[in-house]
Write a protein that binds this ligand. Sequence first.
Ligand code: GLC
Length: 798
Amino acid sequence: MILNTELEYKGNQFPSNIISYKKDVDVLHFSTANNVKLRLTVLRDSVLRFRYTTVGKFTNDFSYAIDENASRGYNHLEISEDTEKYIVTTSKLICHIYKTDLRKSIYDVKDNSLICEDELGFHWEESYELGGDIVKMSKASQNGESFYGLGDKPEHINLKGKRFENWATDSYAFGKNTDPIYKAIPFYTGLHNGKSYGIFFDNTFRTYFDFCHERRNVTSFWAQGGEMNYYFFYGPKMQDVVTSYTDLTGTPELPPLWALGYHQCKWSYYPESKVKEITDKFRELKIPCDAIYLDIDYMEGFRCFTWSKEYFPDPKRMVKELADDGFKTVVIIDPGIKIDMEYDVFKEGLEKDYFCKRADGPYMKGKVWPGECYFPDFTRPEVREWWAGLFKELIEDIGVKGVWNDMNEPAVMDVPGKSFPPDVRHDYDGNPCSHQKAHNIYGMQMARATYHGLKRFNYPKRPFVITRSAYSGTQRYTSTWMGDNVASWEHLQIANIQAQRLAMSGFSFAGSDIGGFAEQPNGELYARWIQLGVFHPFCRTHSSGDHGEQEPWAFDREITNIVRKFIEIRYQLLPYLYTTFYHYSQDNIPMLKSLVLFDQEDVQTHYRMDEFICGNQILICPINEPNSKGRRMYIPRGEWYNYWTNELIEGGKETWVDADLDIMPIFIKSGAIIPKYPIQQYVGEIQMEQIDLDVYYKNGKEDSELYEDANDGYDYTKGRYSLLKFNLVGNEDKLIIRIHKRGQYITPYSNFKINLFGLPFEVKSIKVDNEDVSLEDVNFKDNSLIVTKEFTNLQIIG
Ligand code: GLC
């Protein structure tokens, strides 16, 4: 190969010519004269995996990221060759592999357009610092290409022109551009010429990504060890790329519905009387809330799995009393186990040899909240099993409903790098390695063990876990939050971007510390943040203890009322959010969609990041600045109803939207049917007689859905769920709604109250299941009517 760029300096090595090729069902093996091997696996017509080794043989194929239930199989696979290259063709793509240097180009099978092409392609360099190879991949970037993904980076939504590092890092009071940060999610999506593809670099070492930063037309990624091992996903729809990646790395099972309610947290609520004061206040002020959190001060000297006798003398009674009032108790559990021979958990961990060790034998000792600690090696199955077992008392006996895993990057105080030194050893499920390889998955394995503990002891109820650190695939076990943000307007914007970015990186169940963790918001900022936060899958206020109050009533009465109003909207929208979660869990569809994910063909969306779609049909745009009376925002193509005024707007343009402090711009897609529950103070408070269906007229067609089940437990997996598919068709003088039902769950309510918005005609008659009904029969008033939930066809005639 001819070396022609500066980067191809001495030290980098490249594959030479292919000398052998073999096909083994869905795996293609290529070897070069200089002993590089490429193993190309065809997972699906649109998903290819590329694995390289430079030492002639591959190590054990093991990954924490990949979901064992990921889809496999393709419709078509054909391999041919000419003098220059091998040609792999599936029903979606064509991949060329060049015989002289193993470089690859991938094309859309439909029109032969180029999707993604190696620049230098695979190359490597020996790492003098760490030993082993630095494995590298570079791609030619295409004209006008944009890049998205990478988990929680607090950066512009479009990553073009930026360079990143993935190394899970405790990042107190991080800011715009802080990198690396808490999570390591080495997945991105590229978009050019209307077509999208994705790359997941499944390498847990410290990885780097460069999106045309160093070199204008080149995107590259590399790792400080391990294998060049990546997956390529073809769309061309970005949503299909994200869905394929999410299918590969998995989704969570459905959470209990209460977990989609509002959560209140602070570092820390103690003693018990303070906790009660807070929960009582919620009920007194009628602000819905489902979960109350106990931060580290509930423990005895920060020893995990203990309770402070002074502050919480009878946790079982307290947790029960809270539960009787509709509050689920969530407690924090960190990975650091205090070195203390009087402390059971420590003693047992030591006796059983469960703690991480340095390369030369001593324990990995580090300072965290409790002082000097040892840390379980969560990469050992028996340690995860032990850890899961430790939850028996908390969950089964005391009745705690959720566990919050923090500091699991892992964070260590007062040391360079804020974490373990690189020599610490890990089992890595029977693939022993150093911390350089295990660092990024440490938090994930902790959350996984915690999840199994909850699942075991909370059974037959569903577990709820929240983690700070994560690697790809962590979403199978837990929800997440963005870590220690700051009470500033800039951070409100960051929270918005991070939630969108996580959703397009397979991790939808996420939310920020509403109001900001560090420092103190004023009432206006808090209100604006709540407005955004109620549209994030995970919705929790949290703040550090170093300042005043951050509860909905901590400001003035006006703010309390606004906060209540928005939390009430969330509770009304619970069936909508739950249906959205169902599609995430079941069909891998991100719960939040950046506008580019929603409509990639509209180039206006490629750099938009304030606006996003919650689910499929609700457009949100937070107010990011103080003293606003509204803002300019982009309305995506199509027709949208202003939620507050019901005014219909034609999208595809920027427009001013009024939004006084008690309003945030919200739009509903025309044709949508939005299910709403009555306001409850907590999930399950009310025996529902009827629920609302808000129907937004459209001259045309639109589909909507409503998923429901028992809100907890596993009966839904045995068919006891109810999925309604609504087809709406409207024209100048008629609106028809058809319902298709699936599942055997019988919803507790009997009727739907149907609220019609935007009807262009006056209603003259109504037919339910093709029978005329009188307007009185259905209580028709102000364009609302009541019908039995059993209807399958409703016609509103003008
Ligand atoms: C970390 C967490 C924060 C928590 C605090 C005390 O800073 O990110 O959420 O409140 O530790 O446990």
